[in-house]
Each structure stands twice: as C-alpha cells, then as structure tokens.
Ligand binder design. Structure first.
Ligand code: FAD
Ligand code: SF4
Length: 483
C-alpha cells in the first residue's frame, strides 16, 4: 500500500469527458487527456484491502461484481502510486491482454465493488488502467512478443471480436499457429462496428491488429465462414476451431409493419453504417430528423450520442422499465452491482442540446403512423408491472418521428453456422456447452464470448476467450500449463 491515508487525503478525480459543447461537433473520443500526476495521486487512494472485492468477479444476487478478469488491481495501483509504471503495466497485462479496450469501454465492475465506494467514491480503476496501457504504447513497451517455440498445432478462430482476439492471442503466445476468420472488412467485432468512435477510436483496434500480426497471428478478413468456407472444411484443416461470432441478432418488437417501414433501423446496423461512412453521413442518418430510440440501455445511449452528432432536430429514448433510483436502495447494498440511474455521455449531450433528458421511462411503442410507407410518428403507451406481468395502458400518445432506431436488446446468435454441423444450442439461442466449459456438442469445436453467454460485455468476452484458449490448449496438447 503506497500511501496509508491516501483515501482520506485525496478526492476521486476521473479523467473526465470533453465539454459536450465541443465534443458533439466531432466523432473523436470523448475522454479528456490523461495525466500521469493525477493517476499517481488517484492510485494512492487504493486501500490495498485484505479482501479486495474489486478483483473478485463474484456473483451476488444474480449479478457479477468485481473484475471478471481478476485484474491485480491493488498491486498495480500501488506500483502506479510509486511511479513504477512499467512494472504496473507488466502486472496488468498478466491478466488482461487488451487494457486499451477495457480502459475505454468497460463499465468498471471493479469500481462498483471498491471499498472506498462503501462510504465515499471508488478508486478510478478504469482510468488508471487506460493510463497504464497508453503509457506502455507511448514509451515503446508494447513491442511484439513472438513465441520462441512453435507447436505443430493449428487453431482457427471464427470471429475477431474481443472473445476471438483474446483466444487467438493466448493460443498464439502458447506457440500454436492461429488463423482468425472475420466476415467484416476490419477486425474487432462490436469494438469496430458497434461501439461508436467517440468511445473507442478505431485506430486503437488497428494498432492492436498490427501487434498481433507481428506476433504471428494470421487475419483473414472479408471471409464469412459458412459461405466462403464451410465449418466442415475448417474442422478438416485445423486441430481445433473456436466459434466467437457474437450474438447481435436484434430483438424486434412485435409491432405491425415494423420491418418493412422506411425510417426504421436496428441500432447495430445504424452504428455500423455510421462508423463505415465517417466522416460523411451514412445513407440512413439523423440529420434534420425527429428521432426515437427504442431501448434505454447502453446501445440506445450510443445511438443518442450519434444522432446528436448527425444533427437530429429532436430525440426521445423510450424505456419500458421504471426510472431507477439515484442512490442504492437498502436491498442493493455494496458490493453488489448498483441498480441506480446512470446518465451516460449521449444522454448528457442530449440534455445539453435540447435542455431535457431524452429518456421516457415506463413507455413502449404500440404502432407506427406512416404516410406512403414512410414513418411519420410513433404511437406509444405507458407500461406497468403487476404481479410480474407487463401491463400496457389503453391510453395512447403519438410522438412525431421520422427515424426509429431499435435498441431493444438481442435474441442470441445466428444459428445457421452451428446448425450446419449439428452443434447444440440453448433455449436462448446461444451455443451450448457444459457449465463453465467451452467445448460444444461437437468434438474439437469450441465457443466463447457473446455467442456462448449471450450479449454481454467486452470484459466478459475477453475473459471467455482466455478460458476457452486454455481448454483448446489442453484438447490439442493433452495437458495445459496456461492459467
Ligand atoms: C452498440 C453496442 C455498444 C456496446 N458498448 C459496450 C461497452 O461500452 N462496453 C462493453 O463492455 N460492452 C459493450 N457492448 C457489448 C460488447 O461489444 C460485446 O459484448 C462484445 O463485443 C462481444 O464480443 P464477441 O467477441 O463475443 O462478439 P462480437 O464483438 O460481436 O464479434 C463477433 C465477430 O464475429 C464475426 N462473425 C460472425 N459470424 C461470422 C462468420 N460466419 N464468419 C466470420 N466471422 C463472423 C462478426 O463479424 C464479428 O466481427 C456493446 C454492444 C453493442 C451492440
Ligand atoms: S477490466 Fe473492467 S472490471 Fe476489470 S479492472 Fe478493468 S475496468 Fe475494472
């Protein structure tokens, strides 16, 4: 523990976000610059608890709290406080291969379980992590690590989201020969074509790709497994195959004509096309439009931030659930994941531009109002919960709308690929495995990430990718010394 009374001396200070007035004029990252001095003092706030919940990744009342990667947080915070940045980075990379992703987009499960948060503000763990990895890249500490010995084993990874990348990284470092197949033109999965540039600049993913390629991983982009090459062929050519294809099939509400109406688009398609078109506008955009985003979650928030930048004239975000409390309720104590209201960057920007929170809680859509097939307004109704059932009120309110973005959740993975060789699926449309394992019902074929656990988080995808790689190593070699 660097400074015994650091947590009493210093207030929490995040890296902060750029001023909404300025940042809505561009698609650059919203984060303000990082300063080593600030991070050093912030790391001194870590109390080096005897039982550090921040790194626990445990399930409490159905929700995980603490870091799923079990990052050695108190240890590297201490090293940051002492200015031993290289050592701190080394300890961070031991458990997390991609801190540049989590340091930007992780909802910081660790901070929700930090003891300082029990009666005050948690340590700025995510910002410290982001600082360390950027320090590493800036100071030439992130040189390619090329395995000294190569095995004769070959593994194929299908999908280059964080799960596929983590699995590929670990297997390659172990000395196996890894090829990653990716359907899109760029690697990264939802890091590239989901999470907007404002949260994660795409150069960060390309920088990682260059390092992984230098380390020996082969990336084949623009290759769709199931179309350009069959899963059966991969099975024949490789010792093991990992399916890490994500789970981004959108949940489309049961509203008449919703899929055929011009002016209705799914959130992932909207965000992907926006990223691809930058700095121009995509074909379907929010410029001079009255926008409604259906779904009050993080994906919906990303759509709000994107529409503000594209120049929408109004925006509402519909959420079925009631407005959460501002503070933890007595039945949701520390260190559980806090079920509290979060006003994210997109919502803050909407408040800045339109002087009101875009969210409408306890509300859903019931029908679309169209003129010549084009969306003009959306009819909405209040929703309430009674004895565990959703009740939709009889009263209707029309909200003018010419762009409806659906961010109402996901219904699992695309099932055609696993079905092509009879791999078992779960009722939730994810690929089935034994509990806590990664081999599918088909020998030698493994799965990880959202395709396995359903739409989740980057940190979970990385965690699953690493655990899956360990199982694949054991399968190919007959033993494993991976952790
Ligand atoms: C809009 C949005 C914002 C999000 N924001 C955050 C956030 O801020 N923080 C956070 O922690 N999480 C966030 N998430 C969730 C997070 O992005 C996912 O949980 C994570 O990316 C899952 O990783 P994955 O590797 O399992 O799958 P994905 O990232 O979905 O990657 C799967 C890859 O497989 C490829 N693929 C699919 N089928 C084939 C095939 N047949 N052949 C070849 N390639 C194929 C796809 O093209 C894709 O590149 C967000 C999700 C969305 C939709
Ligand atoms: S990966 Fe996420 S949960 Fe883990 S230490 Fe980093 S910010 Fe916290």
């Amino acid at each position: 523990m660097g400074k015994t009374d650091g947590f009493m001396l210093y207030e929490r200070r995040e890296d902060g976000l750029r001023d909404p007035k300025v940042r809505i004029r561009d698609y650059n990252e919203i984060h303000a610059d990082q300063s080593a001095e600030v991070r050093c003092i912030q790391a001194a706030r870590c109390m080096n608890c005897g039982v550090p919940y921040c790194q626990s990744g445990i399930r409490l009342h159905g929700m995980v709290t603490g870091c799923p990667l079990h990052n050695l947080i108190p240890e590297w915070n201490d090293a940051v406080y002492r200015g031993h940045y290289e050592h701190a980075l080394h300890r961070l990379l031991k458990t997390n291969p991609f801190p540049e992703f989590t340091g930007r987009v992780c909802p910081a499960l660790c901070e929700k379980a930090c003891l300082n948060g029990l009666d005050g503000s948690p340590v700025t763990i995510r910002d410290n992590e982001g600082f360390l990895i950027e320090y590493g890249f800036e100071h030439n500490l992130m040189k390619p690590v090329i395995p000294a010995l190569r095995s004769a084993k070959r593994a194929a990874v299908v999908g280059s989201g964080p799960a596929g990348l983590a699995a590929a990284h670990r297997l390659n470092q172990r000395g196996h020969n890894v090829t990653v197949y990716e359907r899109d033109d760029e690697i990264g999965g939802l890091l590239m074509y989901g999470i907007p540039n404002m949260k994660l600049d795409k150069s960060v993913i390309r920088r990682r790709r260059a390092k992984m390629e230098a380390e020996g991983i082969r990336f084949l982009t623009g290759v769709s497994v199931g179309t350009d090459i069959s899963l059966k062929e991969l099975q024949e050519q490789y010792d093991a195959v990992i399916l890490a294809c994500g789970a981004k099939k959108a949940r489309i509400p049961d509203v008449e004509g919703i899929t055929e109406t011009a002016g209705v688009i799914s959130a992932v398609e909207f965000l992907k096309e926006t990223t691809k078109a930058l700095p121009a506008l995509p074909a379907v955009n929010a410029k001079r439009k009255k926008v409604m985003v259906l779904g009050g979650g993080d994906t919906g928030n990303d759509c709000v931030g994107t529409c503000i930048r594209q120049g929408c004239t109004s925006i509402v975000q519909l959420e079925m659930m009631p407005k959460p409390p501002e503070e933890r309720l007595p039945d949701n104590p520390w260190p559980e994941w806090p079920k509290t209201l979060k006003t994210d960057y997109g919502q803050q920007e909407a408040i800045h531009v339109f002087h009101r929170d875009p969210r409408m809680f306890c509300r859903t859509i019931t029908s679309l109002i169209k003129e010549k097939g084009i969306l003009k307004a959306v009819e909405t109704a209040e929703v309430s919960l009674a004895e565990g059932r959703l009740i939709i009120s009889e009263e209707r309110e029309q909200i003018p709308c010419d762009l409806l973005i659906i961010a109402a959740g996901f219904t699992g993975c695309e099932t055609e690929l696993p079905a092509s060789i009879g791999i078992s699926l779960t009722k939730r449309n994810t690929v089935a495995t034994e509990n806590g394992q990664y081999m599918t019902s088909c020998e030698g074929i493994f799965t990880a990430g959202d395709m396995h656990r359903g739409q989740s988080l980057v940190v979970w995808a990385i965690s699953e990718g690493l655990a899956c790689a360990k199982e694949v190593d054991a399968w190919m070699m007959g033993y494993t010394n991976l952790i």
